[in-house]
Design a protein. Structure first.
Length: 190
């Protein structure tokens, strides 16, 4: 079984590329994640990668309102925090036992951040006119992981209702639809 840190390392590169490609003029643009514009989704993703570093270390976290971190050289800071996320999950035993206030298996918690990083990188890529395709190894992990979490995630209002996809939809389209996203979403006027 591939370690969560190895999968995160594979996922971080494409996510950092997407964030590096976001023009400041698009920060107010809508995203496929209807409750977030680009700026708010970047702030949320920063909060996720920082909090999941702490969860890897079995520390408590607070997922209240995300601070506005889209200031100064935020792109470089995102890359730095993403590298810290990988390092936190690479500590021996990080993906074993339980983590988080809900007492979930650490592997499930690692799968959550891997899914967030991957799906939100797609959200931001779509919102800003960029291409994004996750690595097959990441999809192999998050597909079953997110499917198992979906009922709980819907109850917590983290996932929307599944979006219909045509027969023959690819694995990533299925993951996006599972989270309530329209895999064909484009910005208004695109």
């Amino acid at each position: 079984m591939t370690k969560i840190s190895e999968l995160l390392e594979t996922a971080v590169g494409p996510a950092v590329t997407v964030l590096d490609g976001i023009d400041d003029n698009s920060l107010e643009a809508p995203t496929p994640c209807a409750e977030y514009d680009v700026r708010a989704l970047i702030n949320h993703l920063f909060q996720v990668i920082v909090n999941f570093q702490a969860l890897a270390a079995r520390e408590d976290v607070e997922f209240g309102a995300a601070p506005d971190v889209v200031t100064g050289n935020w792109r470089a800071r995102f890359g730095e925090e993403a590298a810290r996320l990988v390092a936190a999950w690479a500590v021996p035993g990080a993906d074993e036992g339980t983590a988080g206030a809900m007492g979930l298996p650490a592997r499930t918690v690692g799968n959550m951040v891997l899914g967030d990083l991957t799906v939100h990188a797609w959200d931001l890529a779509r919102a800003t006119g960029q291409e994004f395709a996750p690595d097959a190894s990441v999809l192999d992990e998050i597909g079953p992981g997110l499917a198992a979490m979906a009922p709980m995630a819907r109850e917590a209002k983290v996932f929307g209702e599944p979006h219909p996809v045509p027969d023959g939809a690819g694995p990533f389209e299925q993951v996006l639809a599972l989270t309530g996203r329209d895999p064909g979403w484009r910005p208004p006027g695109a």
